[in-house]
Design a protein around this ligand. Structure first.
Ligand code: SAH
Ligand code: SF4
Length: 425
């Protein structure tokens, strides 16, 4: 299957947080999972399986539509394929979904899924419903190599890049779970389905079709820009107008500051950018976001200023986690304003109350402190809303992802130990 491996990107410099290479186990039955593949890749697969070029082209378009627009997983339901063709496909291909290990619902409606890849890697996705939107928080890696001091995910030992199929699979699974695939007949035409966005039009398109899932944020586990190619390929599939058709304006990629990849992200993906700034001095950012030792604040802000597509209509979001007595003083707020102005950044600031997790060494700033910080930034003319923590009771809030997977693997280890004991008599 093309691109099934998880290519690793060596990053020069003294901190080298490159994931350990892990082979992806091919399916035991030898069939190829089509989820995550582009139209061209599906076509290549069909040709490799023996269809002539014309057939491969036609069938790839049909499959693309059934997969990503209709959410169909059974070839038998693909009514514009002749019966023998459906059987032929089913012998060679599957339309897969991530395995769900556990699904939880928070008292505030936030849902979290613990997913497992075919090679036994656990990762999580979170759905956050709001009055006017529904946001799916998607993971890009199993774990994260970057070890931000306030982030639970950064403490995970096992790390591997998720494949495009595993990334797109999260969106597909969310659509399944929310019951959001269009019903009814295909109507004999490929085009005209979904909300296809014109690039130059600034009005949002995806609000009125009644769907729950309207936005995607690459803010789950992992650093998306350390898995650049897979994230890019996955988001291209997600944005394709004949498929899932999410507008790039409704997708946000959050990076901790992988400066060398930011321009490419703007050019090749073109979604909204969020940057985990979290501190305004070298000393504090070096401590809490260690990638800062490699790419400093000035470099990062310059890359933001150069980010293609950023303008006043599409501002860059700076995420700022509120840590008591660490980064939350009036001076910090004023320095934040100064930096944003110095680099003339079309910016908004998202203040994130620190979400605790077992073993964390920080505390959340007081509500009064957060309010004051927000006011200082706001009075300087920069929007600085405080993000309401969501899903804390199920450990689904920002920076809390890990616990379920770790708990599972712990539980599994215990079970294995018990089995071993039993086997030993
Ligand atoms: N790795 C990417 C995206 C995932 S994290 C990044 O770091 O940007 C999504 C956001 O949650 C980031 O801004 C991250 O810094 C923040 N975050 C991490 N741990 C947190 C915690 N314990 N409380 C609040 N926010 C946290
Ligand atoms: Fe990784 Fe982001 Fe967590 Fe930092 S905040 S450890 S980059 S997931």
């Amino acid at each position: 299957m093309p691109e099934a491996a998880t290519p690793l990107m060596p990053i020069p410099g003294h901190v080298d947080p490159v994931p350990v290479k892990r082979e992806i186990t091919p399916r035991e039955d030898g069939r190829v999972d089509l989820v995550g593949l582009s139209r061209a890749q599906i076509r290549t697969e069909l040709a490799a399986a023996g269809l002539d070029e014309k057939q491969a082209k036609l069938r790839s378009k049909q499959l693309f539509h059934w997969l990503y627009h209709r959410g169909v997983t059974d070839f038998e339901a693909m009514t514009d394929l002749a019966k023998p063709m459906r059987g032929w496909m089913a012998e060679r291909f599957v339309v897969g979904r991530p395995n769900v290990v556990e699904a939880q619902v928070s008292s505030d409606g936030t849902r979290k899924w613990l997913l497992r890849s075919d090679d036994g890697q656990d990762y999580e996705m979170v759905f956050i419903p709001d009055a006017d939107r529904g946001t799916l928080c998607v993971s890009s890696q199993v774990g994260c190599t970057l070890n931000c001091r306030f982030c639970h995910t950064g403490t995970m030992r096992l790390v591997r890049n998720l494949t495009p199929g595993e990334i797109v699979g999260q969106v597909m699974l969310a659509r399944d779970a929310l019951g959001e695939w269009p019903k009814g007949n295909m109507g004999g035409t490929m085009a005209g389905f979904g909300d296809i966005d014109e690039d130059d039009d600034d009005t949002p398109h995806y609000t009125t079709d009644g769907r729950l899932l309207t936005n995607i944020v690459m803010m789950g586990m992992g650093e998306p820009l350390y898995n650049f190619e897979n994230v890019r390929d996955a988001l291209k599939v997600v944005m394709d107008g004949d498929g899932l058709a999410l507008s790039k304006r409704r997708i946000t990629l959050s990076t901790s500051g992988v400066v060398p990849m930011m321009a490419r992200a703007g050019e090749e993906i073109g979604v909204n950018l969020a940057v985990s700034l979290h501190a305004v001095t070298k000393e504090v950012r070096d401590e809490i976001v260690p990638i800062n030792r490699k790419f400093g604040i000035e470099e990062l802000l310059q890359a933001c200023a150069d980010y293609p597509g950023a303008n006043n209509a599409r501002r860059i979001t700076f995420e700022y986690v509120m840590l008591k007595d660490k980064n939350d003083s009036d001076e910090d707020a004023r320095e934040l304003v100064r930096l944003i102005k110095q680099y003339k950044l079309p910016a908004k600031v998202n203040l994130i109350p620190f979400n605790p997790w077992p073993g964390a060494i920080y505390e959340c700033s007081t509500p009064e402190r957060i309010k004051r910080f927000s006011d200082i930034v706001f009075e300087a003319g920069i929007s600085a809303p405080v993000r309401t923590p969501r899903g804390r009771d199920i450990m689904a809030a920002c920076g809390q992802l890990k616990s379920a997977s770790e708990k599972k693997s712990r539980a599994e280890l215990d079970r294995l130990a018990e089995e071993k004991q039993a086997a030993l008599g």
